[in-house]
Design a protein around this ligand. Structure first.
Ligand code: MEV
Length: 327
C-alpha cells in the first residue's frame, strides 16, 4: 500500500492566458488530496472517493466489472473525476512498465472539486506518485509533473496548461510559461479564499475564451495584456509591495471578466472583499463559479465573505511548502 498527498493551488495571476503561452504565477496552498493505492492481482480497478465535494462514490471496473456510483453531482464533474483517475492509472502503468497492474484507489480530498483550487491536478499528481511507488518505481518530480500534465491534457481535450500540475507537484510559489516552470522565492502572501459552493466546467470555459480570442482582436489583446500584467506582478512580488500586487489582481479580475469567465457570485465575493478593505481580489482558476482570492492581512475580508450571500465558505489559504509527498 502507498499513500501520497499533493496540494491545491491558487493563481496569484495569469489563469486562462497561460493556456496561450503567457506567464502565470501560482502558489500551492495547504488543502491537499490524499490518494492511497493498493495493487490487486486481478488487473481490475476500484476507485473510492470520500470527498471531492461529492457525497462519496465508488466505481469498480476492469477484471471484476460492475459499477456502483452513488452520487448527486453534475454528470460532467463525475465524468471528469473518473477520467482523471483512469488516465493517472494509465500513466502509472506505463511508467512502471506494468500494463496489466490492477489497483484499489482511495481518494480523500479537502480541495473543493472544480472550484479553481486545482483539485483534479492534486488528485492526479498524488495518484501517479502513489501508484508508481506501489509498483516499486520512484519517479522524479519533473516526470510526475509531466505525466500529470499529460493526464489533464487528455481529459480536458487538449485544453490545459502545465500550471496546475506543476504547482501541485513542486509546492511553494512557481512561475509557469509555455512548457517551462520554475520555483520562485515563496512570498508570504496573506491570501483569503471565498468559495460559492459551486464549480465551473474548465473545458467549456477554456473553449469559450478560445472562441472569443479567435473571433475578436480585443480578446486576443486581453490575453496578451494578462501576460504583461503577470510580468509586472513578478517585479512587484519581488519588491514585496502588497498594495500594488492587490491593484494588479483587481485588474486581472477585470480582464478575466472581459473574457467572460466570471459569474454573479464570483463578482459578489470579489466586491465584498474589496469593500472590506482587501488590497485586491480576483477569481481563481477557470472561473464560472467556485473560488475567489483576496489579498488581506487583516480579518476583515474573511469576515465580510462569511456574511456575503452566495459565499458558502471563507478561509485563509496558507502557502504549502511541500508539493507531492509520501504520507
Ligand atoms: C484552470 O485551473 C486554469 C486554466 O488556465 C486552464 C489551465 O491552465 O489548464 C483556466
Amino acid at each position: 500500500m502507498a499513500t501520497s498527498s499533493a496540494p491545491g493551488k491558487i493563481y496569484v495571476m495569469g489563469e486562462h492566458a497561460v493556456v496561450y503561452g503567457e506567464p502565470a504565477v501560482l502558489c500551492a496552498v495547504e488543502r491537499r488530496a490524499r490518494v492511497t493505492v493498493r495493487e490487486r492481482s486481478d488487473g481490475g480497478l476500484r476507485v473510492d472517493s470520500e470527498d471531492l465535494t461529492l457525497d462519496g462514490f465508488t466505481i469498480e471496473y476492469g477484471a471484476s466489472a460492475g459499477e456502483d456510483t452513488n452520487v448527486d453531482v453534475p454528470e460532467h464533474l463525475l465524468e471528469a473525476a473518473t477520467g482523471y483517475v483512469d488516465e493517472a492509472v494509465a500513466q502509472a502503468r506505463d511508467a512502471a512498465d506494468a500494463p496489466d497492474a490492477g489497483f484499489e484507489v482511495e481518494i480523500h480530498s479537502d480541495i473543493p472539486l472544480g472550484a479553481g483550487l486545482g483539485s483534479s491536478a492534486a488528485v492526479v499528481v498524488a495518484a501517479i506518485d502513489a501508484a508508481t511507488r506501489e509498483l516499486g518505481v520512484e519517479l522524479d518530480r519533473e516526470e510526475i509533473a509531466d505525466r500529470a500534465y499529460q493526464v489533464e491534457h487528455s481529459v480536458q481535450d487538449g485544453q490545459a496548461s502545465r500550471a496546475d500540475t506543476f504547482t501541485s507537484t513542486m509546492g511553494g510559489a512557481v512561475r509557469v510559461e509555455g512548457d517551462g516552470g520554475e520555483p520562485i522565492p515563496a512570498p508570504d502572501l496573506p491570501l483569503v479564499v471565498g468559495y460559492d459552493g459551486g464549480a465551473g466546467d474548465t473545458g467549456k470555459l477554456v473553449s469559450g475564451v478560445r472562441e472569443l480570442r479567435d473571433r475578436y482582436e480585443f480578446a486576443a489583446d486581453t490575453v496578451e495584456t494578462i501576460g504583461d500584467l503577470v510580468e509586472e506582478g513578478e517585479n512587484v512580488l519581488a519588491d514585496g509591495d502588497l498594495d500594488e500586487l492587490g491593484e494588479l489582481m483587481d485588474v486581472n479580475h477585470g480582464l478575466l471578466s472581459a473574457l467572460g469567465v466570471s459569474s454573479r457570485s464570483l463578482d459578489a465575493m470579489v466586491w465584498a472583499a474589496r469593500d472590506a478593505g482587501a488590497k485586491g481580489a480576483k477569481l481563481v482558476g477557470a472561473g464560472g463559479g467556485g473560488c475567489i482570492v483576496a489579498l488581506d492581512d487583516t480579518d476583515e475580508s474573511e469576515t465580510a465573505l462569511e456574511y456575503t450571500p452566495g459565499c458558502e465558505e471563507a478561509f485563509r489559504a496558507e502557502l504549502a511548502e511541500d508539493g507531492v509527498r509520501p504520507e
